[in-house]
Design a protein around this ligand. Sequence first.
Ligand code: FES
Ligand code: FES
Length: 179
Amino acid sequence: MANRPLQMTLNGQTVGPVEVPEDLPMIDYLHEYRNLTGSRLGCGQGICHACVVIVDNPDGTSEEVRTCITGAHYFEGKKIRTIEGHASRDEAGKVTELNPIQQRFVDEFAFQCSYCAPGFVNAATVLLEKLQRQPIKKSQLEAVIEDSLGHHICRCTGYVRYYSATRNVLTDLGLVKEG
Ligand code: FES
Ligand code: FES
């Protein structure tokens, strides 16, 4: 398979262009070319969503994309965030502050083995950003969380705390209105 140059913005930094095989899955690009191993390979078939990254669209919206079934070249020129990009860090690279979703998942013991956690963090982060653009009513909250997290699989059956932590952080941030 031939190589082609690939360039993207990854966690705020321009990376590439670098020659990458045309059929390389994005998860292999992250793991093998960028040493970003936080995106987890679960099913490898587009089912579990452990492997998702966030794509920041030009219109200001963000979305999840599964990296096990999406080629690296799909991301040419796009802005990508991985689980490694959410926390604030000092100049030495040490984490100084988690993003609100990460912190809440830790505070509420939302995960067990954590294999699925990067996917859940990315899903809940996309949801949080969506509600920052457009808050919702309390009566919509459960359906909206189900819609955002429902396609993520956790083999430790930790769903209850993920959902509860997401509900709590969105509410505490004022993104859920009465009604
Ligand atoms: S590893 Fe990508 S969806 Fe399961
Ligand atoms: S916490 Fe183990 S798979 Fe979800």
